[in-house]
Design a protein around this ligand. Structure first.
Ligand SMILES: Nc1ncnc2c1ncn2[C@@H]1O[C@H](COP(=O)(O)OP(=O)(O)OP(=O)(O)O)[C@@H](O)[C@H]1O
Ligand SMILES: [Mg+2]
Length: 244
């Protein structure tokens, strides 16, 4: 078993008196694609924010390549798309991509940019338009393009498919599946269990801040004795006694 690229070890966090994360524990191996599912408010985004050091946590540890995730050098291997991606309104598509390439230490490369845009079905003309004129889906595609162009090892995407039309979803799913062949790792949140089933080897179900299930989508079906992932998910969270 290779050492995990990412591990959550008994991570707990409260906002005031409300416990949001309770002893969350799971890990992601290099090359693994993992889907994080859970109801609204289950704690998925908070868990990712803890990992990115956007907020602190109360106990436990989060490690990236064996280093505490609070260390900026530990996070250098990852790229992140937030739940509500809003690029600076005053930039054009080109300026945004150029800035993200500079941050990750790579130069502008016409061929990669245009082929990534084509993969995402994003028109090259978007490069010269101000991002404030983009539709929601175009904005989401721009954020995804920046992630794919970063060529980082670990992709952390909070609801990457949100706001995308059916054909864009097909494109993005293909790109996410391709990450595995490129030896990249992925953690993404989604409310579409079908997407998780299609893309991932493994899934984690977070329920009221605790891990209700960790394993393959197929095993969740088997364990709950259900033919549909949605029904299995429902049974799983209904029987989770550890949640807040
Ligand atoms: N800054 C904050 N202060 C207080 N409570 C917060 C804060 N951020 C999140 N919460 C609470 O933490 C809980 C988990 O929120 P979180 O955004 O992590 O859920 P989620 O699983 O990502 O939900 P969704 O599927 O709707 O995106 C919610 O009850 C939310 O109200
Ligand atoms: Mg969220």
């Amino acid at each position: 078993m290779p050492a995990p690229i990412l591990s959550f070890k008994k991570v707990s966090k409260s906002f005031g008196r409300v416990k949001i994360l309770d002893d969350v524990e799971f890990s992601v191996a290099p090359g693994q694609l993992l889907g994080l599912a859970g109801e609204n408010g289950a704690g998925k985004t908070t868990l990712l924010k803890c990992m990115l050091d956007f907020c602190s946590f109360d106990s436990g540890a989060i490690e990236i390549k064996g280093m505490p995730s609070t260390r900026p050098s530990a996070r250098a291997c990852l790229t992140f798309l937030p739940e509500r991606f809003t690029p600076p309104w005053f930039l054009t598509g080109r300026e945004f991509i150029r800035a993200t390439r500079q941050i990750s230490g790579s130069d502008w490369d016409d061929q990669s940019v245009l082929s990534t845009f084509a993969d995402l079905d994003l028109a090259p003309s978007c490069l010269d338009k101000p991002v404030r004129t983009f539709s929601k889906g175009m904005t989401q595609k721009l954020g995804l393009a920046a992630c794919f162009l970063s060529r980082k090892e670990l992709f952390v995407l909070d609801e990457p498919m949100s706001g995308l039309d059916p054909s864009a979803r097909v494109h993005v799913k293909k790109m996410l599946q391709r990450l595995k062949n490129d030896g990249k790792s992925l953690v993404f949140t989604s409310h579409s269990l079908a997407d998780i089933d299609e893309i991932c080897d493994d899934m984690v179900v977070l329920h009221c801040g605790s891990v209700a299930y960790s394993g393959s989508p197929g095993m969740l079906l088997e364990r709950q004795g259900e033919p549909s992932l949605e029904r299995a998910f429902l049974k799983c969270i209904e029987s989770n006694v550890h949640g807040r």
